[in-house]
Design a protein around this ligand. Sequence first.
Ligand SMILES: Nc1ncnc2c1ncn2[C@@H]1O[C@H](COP(=O)(O)OP(=O)(O)O)[C@@H](O)[C@H]1O
Ligand SMILES: [Mg+2]
Length: 394
Amino acid sequence: MCNKNLMSSDVFKPCNFPEHTYITRKSKDDIDYEQRLKLALNISGTLISIIGSSKMGKTVLCEKVIPLERQVNVSGADFSNGQDFWNVLAQKVGVPLEGQITENKQISNIEQHSKTEMFIMTKDKVIEYFVSNNKVLILDDFHYASLDAQKSISSHLKDAIRRDFRAIIISLPHRADAPIRKNADLAGRLSLIDIDSWKIPELEEIAIKGFNELNIAIPKEIANYIAVESLTSPQLMQYICLSICTLLEIDNSEIKVTEITSDILTKAFKFTTLNIDYADVVSLISKGPLSKGKKRSKFNTKFNVEMDLYQLVVESLAQNPPSMGLTIDDIRDRVNALINDNDPKPDRQKVKDTVIRMQKLIDEREDIYKVLEWKDEKIYIIDPLFLFYLRWGR
Ligand SMILES: Nc1ncnc2c1ncn2[C@@H]1O[C@H](COP(=O)(O)OP(=O)(O)O)[C@@H](O)[C@H]1O
Ligand SMILES: [Mg+2]
């Protein structure tokens, strides 16, 4: 249905709940994700674990399915310093703590005993509060909790879910799944929901639905082109569509835009990268590790500049067609195509060594640098925004 009064920023929402452009997707077993989450919430005594790459719609899914008044949202980061799980929850929902526990350098046995007792009372009260108010704990970004906290939370939850406490743990793949998914104590009491990355037709739907809401036509091939450049990310799709709206000034009632045409797209892609900055990451991986006095081989490229293998590998990632996973042969072919035709080309092993060293540099850095993952002889780009920046932002 068309609504003339909607602003483009109401329709395309890259950073929060997209009321007007929400798309329902099917999981691998052909059931809607919303349906799966509802079913899981209906089984008492289970813990729900949602895993999916960054910005694939985990938080939005929970917001869609669980009414706001039932949600209690906490982040793994709230437990990064080993704060007590039940105290954090008690504070969050406003359950009064059993008096203030003061630190005492010479804790006697009696005091130690009463501290444990208070802790149990807090736990019981919190569970009782959740159950009687039909609340659902949504523990987002579980990977931000320290490993100790993750283990301790898992064991607290194991006990709580038996008592009808409802909880959803959200985390990234490979990162924080062990304490939950590989926890023998929780075996048989887990509902697992794996959020896949987005397919082209699903991404297209966002553009089609959104522009339809704004009463603007969008040809299928244009929606498709934007979907390809969105690199599996619904967030990028929302960002790019919003950029198109801004550039075309569609909220300005004096300017009548009736259809999206292809001439705006390149500008919109570039404009979108103004919100994303990976300059430090690009600089880190294209410089490579410190070369101890040894000079790196340089290659003459079709860009009319000399590049070493690190720079070439980075450029190769950005080439067409956009791809989130490349083998060493793919990268070598792309690198070769960047080097002037009659010039010598690097051998395969050198390309592989370069990729592995790049990965090592990233592994030593903070989370923000974790844009690539070397696995099963392939390099995966795990952050779509990074690849988008490489393609359009420099
Ligand atoms: N089902 C959906 N339909 C449309 N857009 C979505 C959907 N899921 C996610 N998005 C877009 O992606 C953005 C990021 O989603 P979010 O749930 O925050 O990701 P995650 O929690 O997995 O990191 C949302 O703000 C929204 O713009
Ligand atoms: Mg999230």
